[in-house]
Design a protein around this ligand. Structure first.
Ligand code: GLP
Length: 267
């Protein structure tokens, strides 16, 4: 089954599907992921997924869980790598992305725990660089990411790749590393942490290069709060001032799933 978009656009070389609401956009993104798991596993016997957190993909995970429960989807042979994690944070902290993934996906499905990879927010600081490099080597050893699921920050970030002054060629080369959160990201995370002051100001994140090396990229953005960032990202040209605009460097493999609210400033 394939959910039909209300509108289809082609912007900066990328397919952009626009749906009436977030439920339909999330279902379409979930269908895309489920198709990839099925096709890739048929050809390679395995499938390597890059996963995202935040409020946006929760409906996607609910759909994937529903399919698993209905017997239409299995995660056997699948490996997952999450985009990012706060630093420092314990895996059992309810605000961690470890806890998020366990709650929304991992505990419900037949994914082998040893194949679910989330960057470790407890690694002592002197070993963080090596931990990040190892995360990259693990992905490479599995043959690379078949699909990376993404959300977008209000400032246009992807993962925790925040807007910075950096030439595109150098941004393209960014790999998994420790970063500082942008004030907009901290303001948005205050929802979960209770106040801006309590938001953990650093994080570990896959790099723009790690993301762009995936064989396919699914960007899901819903709600009016994302409209401006979405419009800037799709208008081009690629710039690290709007990190999501760098997806236009990999146009053939990138698909945007939007609801009308998030698409309303797209021209
Ligand atoms: C967070 C995450 C991103 C996510 C974004 C949007 O900071 N690091 O990966 O895409 O913010 O989050 P939300 O979906 O809650 O709007």
């Amino acid at each position: 089954m394939k959910t039909t978009a209300a509108r289809t656009l082609h912007l900066s070389g990328m397919d952009v599907f626009v749906y009436a609401d977030s439920a339909a956009a999330s279902l379409a993104a979930a269908e895309h992921i489920a198709r990839t798991i099925e096709h890739v596993r048929l050809s390679r016997g395995t499938c390597v997924l890059g996963l995202a957190t935040g409020s946006t993909p929760t409906q996607v995970y609910a759909h994937l869980v529903e399919r698993y429960r209905g017997g239409a989807l299995s995660f056997q042979g699948v490996s997952t790598y999450n985009l990012d994690e706060y630093y420092p944070i314990a895996a059992n902290d309810t605000l961690s992305y470890h806890a998020y993934m366990y709650e929304h996906l991992f505990r419900h499905i037949d994914l082998l725990p040893a194949r679910a990879h989330v960057l470790d927010g407890t690694i002592p600081e002197p070993f963080v660089a090596e931990h990040c490099a190892q995360f990259e080597r693990f992905i490479e050893a599995e043959g690379g990411l078949d699909l990376q699921l993404l959300g977008i920050g209000r400032n246009g970030h992807i993962g925790f790749n925040e807007p910075i002054d950096l030439p595109v060629e150098r941004a393209r080369g960014l790999r998994t590393r420790m970063v500082e959160l942008h004030p907009t990201t901290r303001a948005d995370a205050a929802r979960e942490f209770g106040s801006v002051e309590r938001v953990i100001p650093r994080a570990l994140t896959m790099g723009v290069g790690t993301i762009l090396d995936a064989r396919s990229i699914v960007m899901l953005a819903t709600g009016a709060a994302k409209a401006e960032a979405v419009a800037r990202a799709l208008a081009g040209p690629p710039t690290m001032q709007t990190p999501a605009s760098l997806l236009a460097l990999a146009p053939q493999k990138t698909t945007w799933y939007l609801d009308e609210a998030a698409a309303r400033e797209v021209v």
